[in-house]
Design a protein around this ligand. Sequence first.
Ligand code: CU
Length: 205
Amino acid sequence: MRRLSNPAVTVTLILLVGTGIGVFAPTLLPTIPKVQAANVTIVLSGCVFACPNVGWNGTTSSPNPTITVTRDDMISLKLSSGDTISHRFLIDVDGDGGQYQDDCPAVDPCSSLFATTPTTYIFQVTLTPGTYTYYCALHPLQMVGKFIVNPDLSVGGTTRPANKVGLLVASAGPALAILGAIGATVLYLRRSTSRKATPQEQEHV
Ligand SMILES: [Cu+2]
């Protein structure tokens, strides 16, 4: 079999193969879904007196859980008292401690006081992404945990489709067309080069 020595043919093949890789690559690479704000329900029970553990969710084996949300999430915080005494949820945004409520809720998002009657505190996370501390304003030493705000990368944009099968189908048409063009080009070149033997080669026949 003769070798393809024409530079133009080589360049054409490289361009075609490169185009094919360009079409396939977005499909083969993993898609990283963007984070999107959502409605989030969080349940916390305050307990510092005669409970299994002391703290938020002291009625469970894992008190003071780390709460992780996304900026712009709409939080529905269901609050109850596990020991019937009063509690108050507060996120310490300005870092002055959980017991100071004079800037609540303008600076530090906070719930109303609750005791025997549960309450639901609804608020949107507009805080700068970062790690904050949440407290019970009445028991800041015992009822304290981390409140982490992650950035919302979907702000101002649209989320990417996570349907990889759909992406594959969408890319398959153009990719197959390019592969077909590559195959047809190779066949054509093989035929044309086998027909056009050089005078030197003809002498050797
Ligand atoms: Cu409390």
